[in-house]
Design a protein around this ligand. Sequence first.
Ligand code: PSU
Ligand code: MN
Length: 306
Amino acid sequence: MTDIAVADEVRTAVAEGKAVVALESTLLSHGLPPGRNRKVAARLEAVVRDAGAVPATIAVLDGQPHVGLNADQLDRVCDPAAELVKLSRRDLGPAIAMGQSGATTVASTSALADVAGIGVFGTGGLGGVHLPLPGRSMSWDVSADMEALATTPVVVVCSGVKSVLDIEATLELLETRSVPVLGYRTDSFPSFYLRESAFSVPWRVDTPEQAAAVVAAHRALPGRSGVLLTNPIPAEHEMDREIHDRLLADGLRLLSERGVQGRDVTPVLLEHFHTASEGLSLDANEELVVSNVTLAAQVAVELVKT
Ligand code: PSU
Ligand code: MN
């Protein structure tokens, strides 16, 4: 088994059965601009601690997977000069073998969290099934986040998937792969910058205790699938739907004009939203991640009691 550097505080908390929350690094290095990303990184770790859990931000540095980063390591993840690559789950082996540094997505963060004994993970948006490019009948761009949820017993707390994805197909795939999808105080599957989508969630929970009870019951059943807990962006930070739809239409045009594909789609689209909305989407993004990570910590605290 690959040698994973687990921070002392995280290792102790896991060994003692305390609440720990995994955090990903791709949303920092590829989802937020330099400067702002470091502030968000600190804020996420702080809200986890305030809720009574231990934060464990995950990344690969010089070929070494790290679970739990110190301040210098967080600086590095957030520094564009460090040129961290976006590592999906399949990229972990190559990055480790070649001594590279990279940021982990939901898929690769879940895998490393699981190996370190961490079962709760808070993030912004989940990757899912993409809509076909113009002129195509279907897309093969299905995020490895789907496969990770299907095969890793981690609870992922997020604000759904971005509205650029095919939400209906994403929900169908999650059903096929036996991943319970819960709405936190909502009946609608959230769509990242917006609180609702046209699709409903199969199950609703209204408290962290209820969410933890569902997770505990799911884990007691056969199989190794995770649980998706969706949490809508706080109402006061939701984007205006018209502005959102315009930014999205422009963004999709941009992607197709520039021929952006694969792992670059999400970062390029987020960058477009952040620039074209003059920072409005940045505030929304930060607040939704903070809200999800807070909820993840509350669920982790409840889970250790079950
Ligand atoms: N959604 C965001 N910001 C992000 C991501 C998703 O709002 O930074 C990142 C996450 O790390 C997620 C990944 O796991 O993008 C999905 O990428 P892909 O669709 O290429 O698998
Ligand atoms: Mn993809």
